[in-house]
Design a protein around this ligand. Structure first.
Ligand code: MSP
Length: 635
């Protein structure tokens, strides 16, 4: 067993929770749950950052006091995390006395050690960022972030002697290759440290800003919000000397987005080093790892119209459920890289990975086991190669997921679990337990398949817990698995009897693509209303030749078509499988809508639509009554 302390950034209370905050908090939660599953002693912290200009300005705009304002937004964060099933052990607010006390103690210690001095500073200041910008950073005389004019400010302030730690910091980062990860962010910081590091202004005159923690040695000033905020990671544990701090701090890992890399990878280590020295603890106070993820964007893809902003994106958790939301964000974003959020991609994954792969597996397996109710105990000594390979695959999956999680590679971890799900779906297809059930001579074999399936679902009910907590619990409940979910139990090959199992279907109901599509089409005229020729002209109709056609696995209605439009080939998914055999379509010239937004159906991206008419349950695909080359325009 090891000890693990994980933090998220503390979020500014000038905005309500959105997709970006939710992503960080969800991956942190999955990690905390994973480590608890592994038997570790975990402390998982999140919270809100409540001081500074940003917040003071937002409160003034809302016409309420900063305290009332921060109380309100901080509660909104707490509520959102509760609704998302986040299992944080503590929630820190920087306006709490326990935090202020530690900030002031650290400031006093550093001041006494000569690490903080009073100096004059003149510079270009951005009120939005609450920081000065150097000449080099300014873009066209404006803030590089906000693109607003900067204000020249000259004032006396207190400074932290950060510049003197530059050499030490470079050496420390070089000596600890995985301190900042993934590597791209470590390189970014080493690049930044090639230029001289300035001392850090850590105070703001009260004449300009009241809303902050007063400096203990000069109450004309409040603490600069970053200096205050970073200390939350320490203050939440009570600070040095507190047993909780001494237990968890040596295992501290931070999780942040790339936007706040510099304060965490430069200011914070220097602060910890200076403080460690003042306490006679040297480098002991340095955190273990800084884990940095990329940024979510909206609308980079072709089809993200339906989700207009980051707040709406988070609202999708209410429409499609927490587990689906958690799954999508963790699977879609490769940790460390940027990703794009769209409702279509979300629904695509929900239907393909959750409804189809996982949901169908659970429904098929629990139905088979619940129905069979075998009287005999399976003879585990006569396992077939297929039964064995499922056990081996489970062992490998566990190992690979463990490795991925140790690197914060959430998407890869899920990819590994989904490979195992595919193994199980294939196992059912190959062993055909429904056929075995009909043959009394093969009941022994059937029992082996059923015990393997039950055991595999028990395995999934455990390893899925950090990612899809509700669904994993439902799987364990269907299997009557009352063991504590922990990694020790996550193996296939542990049970030799088939327990009573309850059928579990509809774990993730499919979302009809039509519904999503309907939401995204703007200005669709009501049925029967007239459209103009220009409206019609927006639809690009073309002749297409069907080059290949095949059934879509696990779908009764869909066919996957490859069509030629002359210059290009496209994949289309058409709901015509009940009316046409694939072979009958090959070589046919049909008419397709060529400029339809892509849609993912059963995991296949469809780029266009075949026109067909239907009446009284009969369906006919439109063909040509005279030959035209593929690609020809239809009007
Ligand atoms: N209060 C500071 C952090 C102080 S930590 C000592 C702050 N707060 S914030 O509310 O702006 O939150 C920033 C963090 O929210 C990012 O680092 C990231 O974790 C998350 N995200 C906000 N928007 C995001 C995206 N669009 N994409 C991914 N994560 C983003 O900065």
């Amino acid at each position: 067993m090891s000890v693990f302390y994980l933090t998220t950034p503390i979020y500014y209370v000038n905005a309500t929770p959105h997709l970006g905050h939710a992503y960080t908090t969800i991956v942190a939660d999955a990690m905390a749950r994973w480590r608890r599953l592994a038997g570790d002693e975990v402390w998982f912290l999140t919270g809100t950052d409540e001081h500074g200009d940003h917040v003071a300005q937002a409160a003034a705009k809302a016409g309420v006091s900063p305290q009332a304002f921060t109380d309100r937004i901080s509660s909104a964060f707490r509520e959102t995390w509760r609704a998302l099933g986040i299992t944080n052990d503590d929630f820190i607010r920087t306006t709490e006395p326990r935090h202020q006390k530690v900030v002031q103690a650290i400031l006093q210690t550093l001041r006494d050690a000569g690490e903080i001095y009073l100096g004059t500073y003149g510079g270009h200041y951005c009120f939005g960022c609450e920081r000065f910008y150097t000449e080099k950073e300014i873009v066209d005389g404006q803030c590089p972030d906000h693109r607003t004019p900067l204000t020249w400010i000259e004032e006396e302030n207190y400074f932290f002697r950060m510049s003197k730690y530059q050499r030490w910091l470079i050496d420390y980062i070089e000596g600890h290759p995985d301190l900042i990860r993934p590597e791209r962010y470590r390189n970014e910081i080493l690049g930044f440290l090639r230029d001289p590091l300035q001392d850090l202004s850590i105070s703001r005159p009260r004449t300009r800003l009241e809303w902050g923690i007063p400096l203990p040695f000069d109450d004309r000033y409040v603490t600069y919000v970053w200096f205050d905020a970073l200390i939350n990671y320490v203050s939440a544990l009570g600070g040095p000397g507190d047993p909780r701090f001494e237990r968890f701090w040596p295992h501290a890992q931070h999780l942040i987005g790339k936007d706040i890399l510099k304060p965490h990878a430069v200011y914070w280590p220097c602060m910890l080093r200076a403080y460690g020295e003042a306490l006679g603890r040297g480098d002991d106070l340095l955190y273990r790892h800084l884990n940095v993820h990329g940024y979510w964007g909206l609308g980079g893809g072709k089809m993200s119209k339906s989700v207009g902003n980051v707040v709406e994106a988070l609202a999708l958790k209410d429409r499609y459920g927490n587990d689906a939301f958690r799954y999508f964000v963790m699977r879609e974003m490769v940790f460390g890289l940027d990703a794009d959020f769209s409702e279509e991609a979300f629904v695509g994954r929900l239907n393909a990975d959750l409804a189809n792969d996982l949901g169908n597996l659970v429904a098929r397996a629990t139905t088979l086991v619940a129905r069979a109710a075998p009287a005999e105990k399976p003879q585990l000594s006569i396992l077939s190669t297929e039964d064995q390979s499922v056990r081996i695959a489970a062992g490998e999956t566990r190992h690979l997921v463990e490795r991925a999680m140790s690197e914060f590679a959430f998407s890869r971890a899920l990819g590994q679990i989904w490979e195992f799900i595919a193994v199980l779906n294939r196992y059912i297809d190959t062993t055909q337990p429904w056929a075995l059930a009909k043959d009394p001579a093969r009941l022994g074999k059937l029992n082996l398949v059923l015990v393997t399936l039950t055991d595999s679902l028990r395995f999934l009910g455990i390893v899925l817990q950090p990612f899809l907590p509700d669904s994993a619990r439902r799987i364990r409940e269907a299997l009557g698995d009352e063991r504590a979910p922990n990694l020790e139990n996550a193996a296939v090959g542990r049970i030799d009897t088939i327990p009573p199992v309850t059928k579990l279907s509809g774990l993730f109901p499919r979302v009809e693509d039509k519904k999503v599509a309907a939401k995204t089409v703007e200005g669709t005229p009501a049925a029967g209303a007239k459209i103009t020729l220009a409206d019609f002209g927006r639809i690009e109709l073309r002749v297409a030749e069907v080059v290949a056609a095949e059934p879509v696995p696990k779908s009764k209605k869909l066919l996957k078509l490859t069509v030629s439009l002359g210059a290009e080939q496209r994949t289309l998914v058409a709901g015509i499988a009940e009316h046409y055999a694939p072979a009958d379509l090959v070589g046919k010239k049909v008419v397709v809508v060529a400029n339809l937004e892509p849609a993912t159906l059963m995991g296949i991206e469809s780029n266009g639509m075949v026109l067909a008419g239907s009446a009284d349950g009969k369906l006919a695909v439109l063909t040509l009554d005279r030959d035209l080359p593929p690609g020809a325009t239809v009007r």
